[in-house]
Design a protein around this ligand. Structure first.
Ligand SMILES: Cc1cc2nc3c(=O)[nH]c(=O)nc-3n(C[C@H](O)[C@H](O)[C@H](O)COP(=O)(O)OP(=O)(O)OC[C@H]3O[C@@H](n4cnc5c(N)ncnc54)[C@H](O)[C@@H]3O)c2cc1C
Length: 434
Protein backbone atom coordinates (compact mmCIF):
# COMPACT_ATOMS: atom_id res chain seq x y z
CA UNK A 1 0.00 0.00 0.00
CA UNK A 2 1.33 3.49 -0.87
CA UNK A 3 1.22 5.61 2.27
CA UNK A 4 -0.31 9.07 2.14
CA UNK A 5 1.88 11.77 3.51
CA UNK A 6 1.16 13.08 7.02
CA UNK A 7 1.95 16.24 8.92
CA UNK A 8 5.24 14.61 9.93
CA UNK A 9 6.55 15.56 6.50
CA UNK A 10 6.17 19.26 7.40
CA UNK A 11 7.81 18.60 10.71
CA UNK A 12 10.76 16.73 9.24
CA UNK A 13 11.37 19.56 6.77
CA UNK A 14 11.21 22.06 9.68
CA UNK A 15 8.23 23.76 8.03
CA UNK A 16 5.65 23.32 10.81
CA UNK A 17 4.33 26.67 12.09
CA UNK A 18 2.75 25.12 15.20
CA UNK A 19 -0.61 26.65 14.22
CA UNK A 20 -2.68 23.63 15.32
CA UNK A 21 -4.83 23.27 12.17
CA UNK A 22 -3.84 19.62 11.71
CA UNK A 23 -4.92 18.81 15.28
CA UNK A 24 -8.42 20.22 14.75
CA UNK A 25 -8.98 18.72 11.30
CA UNK A 26 -7.82 15.19 12.11
CA UNK A 27 -11.01 13.10 12.26
CA UNK A 28 -9.18 10.30 14.04
CA UNK A 29 -8.00 12.67 16.80
CA UNK A 30 -4.58 11.17 16.15
CA UNK A 31 -2.60 14.41 16.45
CA UNK A 32 -1.77 16.45 19.51
CA UNK A 33 0.63 19.33 19.94
CA UNK A 34 3.62 18.94 22.20
CA UNK A 35 6.38 21.35 23.15
CA UNK A 36 9.67 21.06 21.26
CA UNK A 37 11.81 22.22 24.15
CA UNK A 38 15.02 22.74 22.15
CA UNK A 39 13.37 25.11 19.71
CA UNK A 40 10.82 26.61 22.14
CA UNK A 41 7.85 25.97 19.83
CA UNK A 42 4.84 23.67 19.52
CA UNK A 43 5.06 20.70 17.16
CA UNK A 44 2.57 17.94 16.24
CA UNK A 45 2.84 14.40 17.57
CA UNK A 46 1.01 11.69 15.60
CA UNK A 47 -0.40 8.61 17.37
CA UNK A 48 0.48 5.97 14.78
CA UNK A 49 -2.19 3.52 16.04
CA UNK A 50 -4.95 6.08 15.53
CA UNK A 51 -3.74 7.55 12.22
CA UNK A 52 -5.57 6.17 9.17
CA UNK A 53 -3.19 7.92 6.81
CA UNK A 54 -5.89 10.06 5.16
CA UNK A 55 -3.43 12.91 4.50
CA UNK A 56 -5.83 15.74 5.54
CA UNK A 57 -3.35 17.03 8.12
CA UNK A 58 -0.79 17.75 5.43
CA UNK A 59 -3.36 19.24 3.04
CA UNK A 60 -4.39 21.89 5.60
CA UNK A 61 -0.84 22.61 6.78
CA UNK A 62 0.35 26.14 5.91
CA UNK A 63 3.95 25.02 6.50
CA UNK A 64 5.01 23.75 3.07
CA UNK A 65 3.87 27.03 1.50
CA UNK A 66 0.83 28.84 0.18
CA UNK A 67 -0.24 29.47 -3.37
CA UNK A 68 -1.42 33.02 -2.71
CA UNK A 69 -2.84 33.43 -6.22
CA UNK A 70 -5.00 30.33 -5.83
CA UNK A 71 -6.22 31.26 -2.34
CA UNK A 72 -6.80 34.89 -3.30
CA UNK A 73 -9.00 33.68 -6.16
CA UNK A 74 -10.85 31.36 -3.81
CA UNK A 75 -11.32 33.94 -1.05
CA UNK A 76 -11.62 37.28 -2.88
CA UNK A 77 -12.31 36.18 -6.46
CA UNK A 78 -9.18 37.93 -7.79
CA UNK A 79 -5.41 37.91 -7.50
CA UNK A 80 -3.42 40.59 -5.71
CA UNK A 81 -1.98 43.56 -7.56
CA UNK A 82 0.08 44.73 -4.61
CA UNK A 83 2.92 42.36 -3.77
CA UNK A 84 3.74 44.20 -0.54
CA UNK A 85 0.30 44.22 1.08
CA UNK A 86 -1.76 41.61 -0.72
CA UNK A 87 -5.36 42.40 -1.66
CA UNK A 88 -6.92 45.42 0.05
CA UNK A 89 -10.19 47.34 -0.28
CA UNK A 90 -9.50 50.21 2.10
CA UNK A 91 -6.93 51.11 4.72
CA UNK A 92 -7.69 52.96 7.96
CA UNK A 93 -6.35 54.03 11.29
CA UNK A 94 -8.75 53.82 14.20
CA UNK A 95 -9.55 52.87 17.76
CA UNK A 96 -12.35 51.72 20.05
CA UNK A 97 -14.35 54.61 21.52
CA UNK A 98 -14.65 52.75 24.85
CA UNK A 99 -11.65 54.16 26.72
CA UNK A 100 -11.03 51.05 28.85
CA UNK A 101 -11.09 48.67 25.89
CA UNK A 102 -8.73 50.91 23.94
CA UNK A 103 -6.38 51.43 26.90
CA UNK A 104 -6.26 47.75 27.88
CA UNK A 105 -5.74 46.32 24.36
CA UNK A 106 -2.59 46.08 22.25
CA UNK A 107 -3.09 49.03 19.94
CA UNK A 108 -6.53 50.60 19.40
CA UNK A 109 -8.64 47.78 20.84
CA UNK A 110 -10.43 47.41 17.51
CA UNK A 111 -10.46 43.62 17.51
CA UNK A 112 -11.97 43.51 20.98
CA UNK A 113 -14.59 46.16 20.11
CA UNK A 114 -15.47 44.42 16.85
CA UNK A 115 -15.91 41.00 18.48
CA UNK A 116 -18.07 42.38 21.29
CA UNK A 117 -20.29 44.10 18.74
CA UNK A 118 -20.51 40.94 16.60
CA UNK A 119 -21.53 38.90 19.68
CA UNK A 120 -24.07 41.46 20.88
CA UNK A 121 -25.62 41.78 17.42
CA UNK A 122 -25.70 37.95 17.12
CA UNK A 123 -23.55 38.04 13.97
CA UNK A 124 -21.51 35.38 15.76
CA UNK A 125 -22.15 32.91 18.57
CA UNK A 126 -18.51 32.78 19.60
CA UNK A 127 -14.98 33.89 18.71
CA UNK A 128 -11.76 31.91 18.60
CA UNK A 129 -9.37 34.03 20.65
CA UNK A 130 -6.35 33.41 22.89
CA UNK A 131 -5.79 34.19 26.56
CA UNK A 132 -2.87 33.26 28.80
CA UNK A 133 -3.43 30.03 30.73
CA UNK A 134 -4.42 30.69 34.37
CA UNK A 135 -2.58 27.58 35.64
CA UNK A 136 0.47 27.99 33.41
CA UNK A 137 0.86 31.77 33.12
CA UNK A 138 3.63 31.59 30.46
CA UNK A 139 1.54 29.47 28.12
CA UNK A 140 -1.27 30.59 25.81
CA UNK A 141 -4.75 29.09 25.78
CA UNK A 142 -6.79 29.37 22.59
CA UNK A 143 -10.52 29.01 23.24
CA UNK A 144 -13.97 29.98 21.98
CA UNK A 145 -15.12 33.12 23.79
CA UNK A 146 -18.88 33.41 24.15
CA UNK A 147 -19.22 36.45 26.40
CA UNK A 148 -18.03 40.04 26.41
CA UNK A 149 -15.89 39.37 29.48
CA UNK A 150 -14.14 36.45 27.82
CA UNK A 151 -13.35 38.57 24.76
CA UNK A 152 -11.89 41.29 26.95
CA UNK A 153 -9.93 38.70 28.94
CA UNK A 154 -8.31 37.53 25.68
CA UNK A 155 -7.37 40.99 24.38
CA UNK A 156 -3.70 42.03 23.94
CA UNK A 157 -0.92 40.43 21.89
CA UNK A 158 0.79 37.26 23.10
CA UNK A 159 4.46 37.21 22.14
CA UNK A 160 4.93 33.46 22.45
CA UNK A 161 3.95 30.53 20.22
CA UNK A 162 0.16 30.17 20.00
CA UNK A 163 -1.50 27.06 18.52
CA UNK A 164 -4.76 28.98 18.00
CA UNK A 165 -6.25 26.62 15.43
CA UNK A 166 -6.56 23.70 17.84
CA UNK A 167 -9.77 25.43 18.99
CA UNK A 168 -11.25 25.03 15.49
CA UNK A 169 -12.29 21.56 16.67
CA UNK A 170 -14.91 23.16 18.95
CA UNK A 171 -16.26 25.07 15.93
CA UNK A 172 -16.49 21.83 13.95
CA UNK A 173 -18.32 20.16 16.81
CA UNK A 174 -20.82 23.04 17.25
CA UNK A 175 -24.35 22.83 15.86
CA UNK A 176 -24.71 23.61 12.13
CA UNK A 177 -26.56 26.88 12.83
CA UNK A 178 -23.73 28.39 14.92
CA UNK A 179 -21.49 31.11 13.49
CA UNK A 180 -17.99 32.13 14.57
CA UNK A 181 -15.17 34.64 14.21
CA UNK A 182 -11.53 33.58 14.28
CA UNK A 183 -8.66 35.85 15.36
CA UNK A 184 -5.25 34.69 14.23
CA UNK A 185 -1.76 35.38 12.98
CA UNK A 186 -1.02 34.92 9.26
CA UNK A 187 -0.10 31.23 9.70
CA UNK A 188 -3.38 30.58 11.58
CA UNK A 189 -5.49 32.22 8.88
CA UNK A 190 -3.52 30.46 6.11
CA UNK A 191 -4.17 27.07 7.78
CA UNK A 192 -7.81 27.97 8.26
CA UNK A 193 -8.32 29.00 4.63
CA UNK A 194 -6.68 25.77 3.47
CA UNK A 195 -8.98 23.83 5.81
CA UNK A 196 -12.05 25.68 4.50
CA UNK A 197 -11.10 24.62 0.97
CA UNK A 198 -11.67 20.99 1.88
CA UNK A 199 -14.24 21.35 4.68
CA UNK A 200 -17.30 23.29 3.55
CA UNK A 201 -18.91 23.06 7.00
CA UNK A 202 -16.05 25.13 8.38
CA UNK A 203 -16.43 27.63 5.55
CA UNK A 204 -20.11 28.15 6.43
CA UNK A 205 -19.57 28.38 10.17
CA UNK A 206 -16.69 30.87 10.15
CA UNK A 207 -18.09 34.22 9.07
CA UNK A 208 -15.28 36.54 10.19
CA UNK A 209 -11.53 36.07 9.75
CA UNK A 210 -9.66 38.71 11.76
CA UNK A 211 -5.92 38.78 11.17
CA UNK A 212 -3.01 40.29 13.06
CA UNK A 213 -0.02 41.76 11.26
CA UNK A 214 2.96 39.62 12.24
CA UNK A 215 6.67 39.95 11.66
CA UNK A 216 7.41 36.88 13.80
CA UNK A 217 6.40 35.21 17.05
CA UNK A 218 9.23 34.93 19.58
CA UNK A 219 9.78 31.33 20.73
CA UNK A 220 9.28 30.42 24.41
CA UNK A 221 13.00 30.93 25.13
CA UNK A 222 12.62 34.68 24.53
CA UNK A 223 10.42 35.17 27.59
CA UNK A 224 12.15 32.47 29.67
CA UNK A 225 15.66 33.85 29.22
CA UNK A 226 14.42 37.42 29.72
CA UNK A 227 13.00 36.38 33.10
CA UNK A 228 16.16 34.46 34.00
CA UNK A 229 18.22 37.57 33.27
CA UNK A 230 15.88 39.68 35.40
CA UNK A 231 16.05 37.04 38.16
CA UNK A 232 12.28 36.53 38.01
CA UNK A 233 11.39 33.01 39.13
CA UNK A 234 8.77 31.37 36.90
CA UNK A 235 7.08 29.66 39.83
CA UNK A 236 6.47 33.09 41.41
CA UNK A 237 4.47 34.32 38.38
CA UNK A 238 0.69 34.43 38.76
CA UNK A 239 -0.22 36.29 35.56
CA UNK A 240 1.61 37.66 32.54
CA UNK A 241 0.43 40.32 30.08
CA UNK A 242 2.72 41.20 27.17
CA UNK A 243 0.84 44.39 26.26
CA UNK A 244 -1.81 46.75 27.65
CA UNK A 245 -1.88 49.90 29.81
CA UNK A 246 -1.95 52.45 27.01
CA UNK A 247 0.26 52.92 23.99
CA UNK A 248 2.63 51.36 23.16
CA UNK A 249 2.00 49.60 26.44
CA UNK A 250 4.04 47.40 28.69
CA UNK A 251 4.62 43.88 29.92
CA UNK A 252 3.00 43.31 33.30
CA UNK A 253 4.28 40.42 35.41
CA UNK A 254 2.09 39.75 38.45
CA UNK A 255 4.13 37.90 41.06
CA UNK A 256 3.01 36.38 44.34
CA UNK A 257 4.52 39.37 46.14
CA UNK A 258 4.18 42.29 43.74
CA UNK A 259 4.11 43.42 40.13
CA UNK A 260 6.90 44.13 37.66
CA UNK A 261 6.22 46.42 34.72
CA UNK A 262 8.53 46.63 31.68
CA UNK A 263 7.95 49.12 28.85
CA UNK A 264 7.44 47.61 25.38
CA UNK A 265 10.55 49.26 23.97
CA UNK A 266 12.66 47.77 26.80
CA UNK A 267 11.47 44.17 26.68
CA UNK A 268 11.18 44.08 22.89
CA UNK A 269 14.87 45.01 22.60
CA UNK A 270 15.52 41.53 23.96
CA UNK A 271 12.49 39.49 22.88
CA UNK A 272 12.72 40.84 19.32
CA UNK A 273 16.31 39.62 18.87
CA UNK A 274 16.98 37.21 16.03
CA UNK A 275 17.97 34.45 18.50
CA UNK A 276 14.31 34.01 19.39
CA UNK A 277 12.93 33.89 15.84
CA UNK A 278 11.49 30.43 15.21
CA UNK A 279 13.25 29.37 12.00
CA UNK A 280 9.85 28.86 10.34
CA UNK A 281 9.01 32.57 10.89
CA UNK A 282 12.07 33.46 8.79
CA UNK A 283 10.40 31.57 5.95
CA UNK A 284 7.06 33.41 6.01
CA UNK A 285 6.12 35.99 3.39
CA UNK A 286 2.89 37.18 5.00
CA UNK A 287 3.22 40.25 7.22
CA UNK A 288 -0.26 41.71 6.74
CA UNK A 289 -2.26 38.49 7.13
CA UNK A 290 -3.11 38.59 3.46
CA UNK A 291 -5.90 35.99 3.64
CA UNK A 292 -7.98 37.55 6.44
CA UNK A 293 -11.19 39.54 5.84
CA UNK A 294 -9.59 42.38 7.75
CA UNK A 295 -6.22 42.70 9.45
CA UNK A 296 -4.95 44.86 12.28
CA UNK A 297 -1.55 46.17 13.30
CA UNK A 298 0.13 48.77 15.46
CA UNK A 299 -0.02 52.25 13.95
CA UNK A 300 3.72 53.06 14.07
CA UNK A 301 3.32 56.43 12.36
CA UNK A 302 5.27 59.60 13.25
CA UNK A 303 2.08 61.70 13.38
CA UNK A 304 0.77 59.42 16.15
CA UNK A 305 3.91 59.55 18.27
CA UNK A 306 2.10 61.57 20.99
CA UNK A 307 -0.71 59.02 21.27
CA UNK A 308 -0.78 57.64 24.82
CA UNK A 309 -3.80 55.32 24.56
CA UNK A 310 -3.42 53.39 21.30
CA UNK A 311 -4.32 53.36 17.62
CA UNK A 312 -4.60 50.43 15.21
CA UNK A 313 -3.87 50.34 11.54
CA UNK A 314 -6.38 48.38 9.49
CA UNK A 315 -6.45 46.72 6.09
CA UNK A 316 -9.96 45.79 5.03
CA UNK A 317 -10.15 43.41 2.11
CA UNK A 318 -13.76 42.60 1.29
CA UNK A 319 -17.45 43.46 1.79
CA UNK A 320 -17.62 41.48 5.02
CA UNK A 321 -14.94 43.69 6.55
CA UNK A 322 -16.29 46.95 5.14
CA UNK A 323 -19.84 46.26 6.34
CA UNK A 324 -18.90 45.51 9.89
CA UNK A 325 -16.36 48.36 10.21
CA UNK A 326 -18.83 50.90 8.87
CA UNK A 327 -21.62 49.63 11.15
CA UNK A 328 -19.30 49.92 14.14
CA UNK A 329 -18.46 53.45 13.12
CA UNK A 330 -22.12 54.40 12.64
CA UNK A 331 -22.93 53.07 16.11
CA UNK A 332 -19.99 55.12 17.44
CA UNK A 333 -18.24 52.02 18.80
CA UNK A 334 -15.07 52.90 16.90
CA UNK A 335 -13.33 55.86 15.27
CA UNK A 336 -12.06 55.26 11.74
CA UNK A 337 -10.08 57.45 9.38
CA UNK A 338 -9.22 56.34 5.86
CA UNK A 339 -5.53 56.41 4.89
CA UNK A 340 -3.52 55.62 1.80
CA UNK A 341 -2.04 52.12 1.48
CA UNK A 342 1.42 53.75 1.32
CA UNK A 343 0.91 54.89 4.93
CA UNK A 344 0.42 51.27 5.96
CA UNK A 345 3.69 50.32 4.32
CA UNK A 346 5.40 53.36 5.86
CA UNK A 347 4.31 52.18 9.32
CA UNK A 348 5.94 48.76 8.77
CA UNK A 349 8.92 49.35 6.48
CA UNK A 350 11.35 47.02 8.20
CA UNK A 351 8.96 44.05 8.52
CA UNK A 352 7.79 44.54 4.91
CA UNK A 353 11.37 44.29 3.70
CA UNK A 354 11.96 41.34 5.96
CA UNK A 355 9.00 39.37 4.63
CA UNK A 356 9.33 40.23 0.99
CA UNK A 357 13.07 40.43 0.30
CA UNK A 358 14.86 38.71 3.15
CA UNK A 359 12.69 35.64 2.64
CA UNK A 360 13.21 35.67 -1.11
CA UNK A 361 16.94 35.78 -0.44
CA UNK A 362 16.66 32.85 1.99
CA UNK A 363 14.79 30.87 -0.66
CA UNK A 364 17.92 31.05 -2.77
CA UNK A 365 20.28 30.23 0.08
CA UNK A 366 18.73 27.55 2.24
CA UNK A 367 17.21 24.25 1.36
CA UNK A 368 13.68 23.52 2.61
CA UNK A 369 12.49 27.13 2.41
CA UNK A 370 9.00 27.13 0.87
CA UNK A 371 8.79 29.01 -2.43
CA UNK A 372 6.14 31.76 -2.39
CA UNK A 373 4.58 33.72 -5.22
CA UNK A 374 4.26 36.96 -3.23
CA UNK A 375 7.90 37.98 -2.71
CA UNK A 376 10.27 40.39 -4.50
CA UNK A 377 13.47 39.64 -6.39
CA UNK A 378 16.45 39.77 -3.97
CA UNK A 379 19.86 41.16 -4.90
CA UNK A 380 23.31 40.05 -3.65
CA UNK A 381 23.21 42.24 -0.54
CA UNK A 382 19.76 40.89 0.36
CA UNK A 383 21.21 37.40 0.17
CA UNK A 384 24.09 38.38 2.42
CA UNK A 385 21.71 39.97 4.92
CA UNK A 386 19.54 36.84 5.01
CA UNK A 387 22.31 34.77 6.58
CA UNK A 388 22.48 36.58 9.95
CA UNK A 389 18.89 36.01 11.17
CA UNK A 390 19.03 32.39 10.01
CA UNK A 391 22.27 31.62 11.83
CA UNK A 392 21.09 33.43 14.98
CA UNK A 393 17.79 31.59 14.99
CA UNK A 394 19.55 28.22 14.69
CA UNK A 395 22.01 29.08 17.48
CA UNK A 396 19.20 29.43 20.01
CA UNK A 397 18.24 25.76 19.55
CA UNK A 398 21.53 24.75 21.20
CA UNK A 399 21.36 24.49 24.98
CA UNK A 400 24.98 25.59 25.49
CA UNK A 401 24.26 28.76 23.53
CA UNK A 402 21.15 29.52 25.59
CA UNK A 403 23.28 29.17 28.73
CA UNK A 404 25.70 31.75 27.31
CA UNK A 405 22.79 34.08 26.48
CA UNK A 406 21.72 34.08 30.13
CA UNK A 407 25.03 35.56 31.20
CA UNK A 408 25.92 37.97 28.40
CA UNK A 409 24.89 41.50 29.47
CA UNK A 410 21.90 43.09 27.67
CA UNK A 411 24.08 45.90 26.35
CA UNK A 412 26.44 43.55 24.52
CA UNK A 413 23.57 41.58 23.00
CA UNK A 414 21.85 44.80 21.96
CA UNK A 415 25.02 46.16 20.35
CA UNK A 416 25.41 42.92 18.39
CA UNK A 417 21.79 42.92 17.24
CA UNK A 418 21.73 46.66 16.49
CA UNK A 419 24.84 46.45 14.31
CA UNK A 420 22.96 44.10 12.01
CA UNK A 421 19.78 46.19 12.18
CA UNK A 422 21.72 49.27 11.06
CA UNK A 423 22.96 47.48 7.95
CA UNK A 424 19.50 46.13 7.37
CA UNK A 425 17.85 49.55 7.62
CA UNK A 426 20.48 51.08 5.34
CA UNK A 427 19.56 48.51 2.71
CA UNK A 428 15.83 49.15 3.25
CA UNK A 429 16.38 52.87 2.63
CA UNK A 430 18.41 52.23 -0.50
CA UNK A 431 15.76 49.92 -1.85
CA UNK A 432 13.53 52.00 -4.04
CA UNK A 433 10.83 49.34 -4.30
CA UNK A 434 9.82 49.63 -0.65
C1 LIG B 1 3.16 37.69 17.64
C2 LIG B 1 2.64 39.01 17.14
C3 LIG B 1 3.39 39.76 16.25
C4 LIG B 1 2.90 40.98 15.77
N1 LIG B 1 3.66 41.70 14.88
C5 LIG B 1 3.21 42.90 14.46
C6 LIG B 1 3.99 43.69 13.58
O1 LIG B 1 5.07 43.28 13.14
N2 LIG B 1 3.51 44.90 13.19
C7 LIG B 1 2.31 45.36 13.67
O2 LIG B 1 1.93 46.49 13.33
N3 LIG B 1 1.53 44.63 14.46
C8 LIG B 1 1.94 43.41 14.88
N4 LIG B 1 1.16 42.66 15.71
C9 LIG B 1 -0.24 43.07 15.95
C10 LIG B 1 -0.44 44.06 17.10
O3 LIG B 1 0.43 43.76 18.17
C11 LIG B 1 -1.90 44.02 17.63
O4 LIG B 1 -2.21 42.71 17.99
C12 LIG B 1 -2.91 44.46 16.62
O5 LIG B 1 -2.65 45.77 16.28
C13 LIG B 1 -4.33 44.39 17.16
O6 LIG B 1 -4.50 45.31 18.18
P1 LIG B 1 -5.90 45.51 18.88
O7 LIG B 1 -5.70 46.50 20.00
O8 LIG B 1 -6.96 45.80 17.89
O9 LIG B 1 -6.15 44.04 19.45
P2 LIG B 1 -6.80 43.59 20.82
O10 LIG B 1 -8.15 44.24 20.98
O11 LIG B 1 -5.81 43.72 21.91
O12 LIG B 1 -7.05 42.04 20.50
C14 LIG B 1 -5.99 41.21 20.13
C15 LIG B 1 -6.60 39.89 19.68
O13 LIG B 1 -5.58 39.07 19.13
C16 LIG B 1 -5.58 37.78 19.75
N5 LIG B 1 -4.17 37.38 19.87
C17 LIG B 1 -3.21 38.00 20.58
N6 LIG B 1 -2.03 37.41 20.40
C18 LIG B 1 -2.24 36.37 19.58
C19 LIG B 1 -1.39 35.38 19.01
N7 LIG B 1 -0.07 35.35 19.28
N8 LIG B 1 -1.94 34.48 18.18
C20 LIG B 1 -3.26 34.51 17.89
N9 LIG B 1 -4.12 35.44 18.39
C21 LIG B 1 -3.60 36.34 19.23
C22 LIG B 1 -6.23 38.01 21.11
O14 LIG B 1 -6.84 36.83 21.58
C23 LIG B 1 -7.24 39.12 20.81
O15 LIG B 1 -8.45 38.60 20.38
C24 LIG B 1 1.63 41.44 16.22
C25 LIG B 1 0.89 40.68 17.12
C26 LIG B 1 1.37 39.48 17.58
C27 LIG B 1 0.54 38.66 18.55
Amino acid sequence: MIENKTILESLERQLCTGCGTCVALCRQKAIKLVKDVQNGIYIPHVERELCNNCGICLKVCPGPGIDFDQLNLEVYGKISENILTGIYRNCYIGYATDHDIRHQSSSGGLITALLIYALEERIIDGALVTRMNKNKPLEPEPFIAKTKDEIIEASKSKYCPVPANIAIREILEAKDCKRFAVVGLPCHIQGLRKAEMINKELKTKIVLHLGLFCNHVPNFWGTKILFQKLKIKEREIIKLDYRGDGWPGCMKINLKDGTIIIELADFWRFLGMYFFFPTRCLMCSDLFCELADVSFGDAWLPELSNDKIGTSIIISKNDIAENILLKLKLKEKIELCEIDVEKVIQSQVKPVYFKKKNLAASERLFKNVPVYNNVLEPDRIDKLLAVFPYVNSRMCSKSYFRRILRYVPFEILSTYNNAYDKLFLKKVKQDKKI
